[in-house]
Design a protein around this ligand. Structure first.
Ligand SMILES: Cc1cc2nc3c(=O)[nH]c(=O)nc-3n(C[C@H](O)[C@H](O)[C@H](O)COP(=O)(O)OP(=O)(O)OC[C@H]3O[C@@H](n4cnc5c(N)ncnc54)[C@H](O)[C@@H]3O)c2cc1C
Length: 355
């Protein structure tokens, strides 16, 4: 069986981002790479959105970007600006196409459907397939979104809605998220932060229909795309192995308080690429421990006090939006952290230290 210098297991966001980074930096001229991916075909299956706090390779896959957004709870709306860090939405279909076209050109890159087709004993492995042990206490961000097209102009495409908590909470944390791509098209998502132990919150279709028709009061529209997913708000099981690094969700690249993962994956890919010649000895790349600690407390509060969360998120955005965006994107400094921490209900957060 054939052997390779490197193996990437799973060619989704992280696997492809890494392959692309290695390819454009000419790290695969004299090295071989096997990519293991069971998909038969690639099509758009996700929309990756984030505040652009760092450069990445995929500006040409951006479907839309915004410099204004809102967050709201019943009877209150906060309008915010994000001029320094625009919010971008990447179309996964364009992303897959761009990368696959590029890496296909390199004869040192081979594609397989299953790891059993190759000899992996002497290779360095980058694994993006997470091991998730079932635990009913785990929190998830689970959601379903539809892209709709209206007959007439309806949306203001200059401003997106990050979180609309003016909806049924079902003793959990629930909000709608709306990304207007144009005056006639928008992605509308119903999002839950919960333990996801039963199907109680999974009537996504009727939640979205009700929101569009009775809350937005929009009748003439059609659904042109749908996506559904669940992001673990905990770290998948990780076993340290000498010649293996986990990447993507499997590699702890999700910011647990928000689910944002895409930009962390890009930074991890750049880090691996920079250290590829000595990758076995490179220090583990991870989200700064400060955020891991703060997110842990935040999620404990969320788990115990879901009814407080709309107000807590709303209050957080009463700080300077630039500080909040930097905080949520792992780029804040001490004073910015402090400004956010001081907006939180102190007794609730102190109690959470002892749960
Ligand atoms: C619908 C959805 C929307 C999201 N939106 C955002 C967002 O807006 N912003 C953000 O920052 N994050 C978002 N995320 C979170 C995160 O960015 C994505 O989940 C991202 O795709 C994670 O990349 P990944 O490579 O770890 O996993 P994936 O992209 O899921 O890639 C894993 C790959 O492994 C393959 N695979 C599975 N089993 C095997 C196997 N046994 N062997 C080999 N390969 C296998 C899969 O086919 C897949 O291609 C979203 C997640 C989902 C599910």
């Amino acid at each position: 069986m054939k052997e390779f210098d490197y193996i990437i297991i799973g060619a989704g966001c992280a696997g492809l981002s890494l392959a692309y980074e290695l390819e454009i930096n000419e790290k695969l001229k004299d090295k071989t790479l096997a990519i293991i991916e069971p998909r038969i075909e690639y099509k758009k299956d996700k929309t990756w959105s984030f505040w652009k706090v760092a450069a990445h390779n995929f500006d040409d896959c951006v479907k839309k970007s915004w410099k204004n957004f809102t967050i709201n709870i019943p009877k209150k709306t906060n309008h915010l600006e994000c001029i320094s860090y625009p919010y971008q939405s990447i179309d996964s279909g364009l992303f897959y196409e761009k990368i696959n076209n590029k890496i296909k050109e390199n004869k040192n890159i081979y594609f397989f459907k299953d790891i059993s087709e190759i000899n992996s004993k002497n290779s360095f492995v980058f694994n993006s397939v997470p091991t998730i042990k079932k635990d009913d206490r785990n929190l998830w961000q689970h959601f379903c979104g539809v892209e709709i097209e209206t007959q007439n102009n309806f949306f203001d495409d200059g401003i997106f809605n990050l979180m609309d908590f003016d909806c049924d909470q079902r003793e959990s944390v629930h909000f709608f998220y709306t990304l207007p791509y144009s005056k006639k098209t928008a992605l509308i998502e119903t999002t839950w932060l919960s333990r996801m132990n039963d199907g109680f919150q999974k009537d996504y279709d009727s939640q979205i229909k009700d929101y569009i028709e009775n809350y937005l009061k929009l009748k003439n529209y059609k659904i042109i795309y749908k996506e559904e997913g669940a992001i673990p708000l905990f770290y998948p099981t990780y076993e340290k192995e000498k010649n293996k690094i986990n990447i993507g969700t499997a590699g702890g690249m999700t910011r647990l308080s928000t689910g944002y993962t895409f930009l962390n994956i890009q930074e991890h890919s750049k880090y691996i690429c920079k250290n590829i010649e000595n990758i076995s000895n490179a220090k583990k790349f991870e989200i700064n421990k400060k955020y891991q600690y703060l997110d842990d407390i935040f999620l404990r509060v969320l788990d115990k006090n879901p009814e407080m969360m709309p107000e807590i998120f709303f209050k957080m955005f009463k700080c300077s939006p630039k500080a909040v965006i930097k905080f949520l994107s792992n780029k804040s400094n001490f004073l910015e952290d402090l400004s956010i921490i001081l907006k939180m209900p102190k007794i609730t957060f102190i109690k959470a230290l002892f749960y």
